[in-house]
Design a protein around this ligand. Structure first.
Ligand code: PEP
Length: 250
């Protein structure tokens, strides 16, 4: 099955308003059409409204995080309704920086995934092992467990919309990437896990991408692997020229 590749830029807590607008201005006209590549930028939440995809433009916008509740007394949080109203179409769920610094646990990741689907947002579910787990050779067991926990009570009707990002924690922001073969192996097993939870047909529709120190010098080798449906990129995708390059080789 042919899956549309995904190139996603996680801006984390970077860029001023002027830098954000300059990026969008440069990139909007240069990225391929959505039928060829889904090009998505995840800016800080306060910029969502400013940067939202306009009619006729190919670049899409997503939120880096959201609360799972539709509303409530949760000071400082954004609900899926806020994220959607601001114009986001995608949301990152369970990014490792959320898991490490903000107590994001499997239960909240699961609730956020369900909430994203219910609110018609496309979630990118982030999973990945620590260096310790890798050294213990427990990567697949750990990642499969994360996928299984995240998908509890997720109805099969939503599975074709799901995007999973395999992001080894030891590779995020470190300059050390998993090899294309390593990433492809883990991704193949993630797909098998989803097949065992739903069906082979549905698992074939899920886009599973790689993230962790992707840069212009390694993206082509990574995307050559047919199991890898794209990339989630942090540091290197802050540069608009790099981002355009990533979408062109996808
Ligand atoms: C990320 O933030 O998801 C990420 C993969 O970052 P980097 O590309 O900088 O490793």
């Amino acid at each position: 099955m042919k899956r549309v590749p995904v190139i996603a830029a996680n801006w984390k807590m970077y860029k001023s308003k002027d830098e954000a607008l300059e990026f969008i201005f440069k990139v909007n006209q240069a990225v391929p059409s959505n039928e060829v590549v889904e090009s998505i930028v995840f800016p800080p939440a306060v910029f969502l409204n400013l940067l939202v995809k306009r009619e006729g433009e190919n670049l899409r916008i997503g939120a880096q995080n959201m609360h799972y509740a539709d509303e409530g007394a949760f000071t400082g949080e954004n609900s899926p309704m806020h994220v959607k109203t601001a114009g986001a179409e995608y949301v990152l769920v369970g990014h490792s920086e959320r898991r490490i610094y903000y107590n994001e646990v499997s239960e909240t990741v699961n609730l956020k995934l369900i909430s994203a689907f219910r609110n018609d947002l496309i979630p990118i579910l982030c999973v990945g092992e620590t260096l310790e787990i890798k050294e213990e050779k427990r990567t697949q067991e750990f990642v499969n467990h994360q996928v299984e926990k995240a998908l509890i009570n997720v109805d099969k009707e939503y599975i074709p919309k799901l995007i999973v990002a395999y992001e080894p924690r030891w590779a995020i922001g470190t300059g050390k990437n998993a090899t294309a073969k390593e990433a492809s192996g883990v991704i193949t097993h993630i797909r098998e896990k989803i097949a065992s939870l739903y069906s082979k047909e549905l698992s074939e529709e899920v886009r599973i991408i790689y993230g962790g120190s992707v840069k212009p010098s390694n993206i082509e080798e990574i995307l050559k692997e047919k199991e890898i449906d794209g990339a989630l990129i942090g540091g290197a995708a802050l540069d608009p020229e790099n981002f355009i390059f990533f979408t062109q080789v996808a």
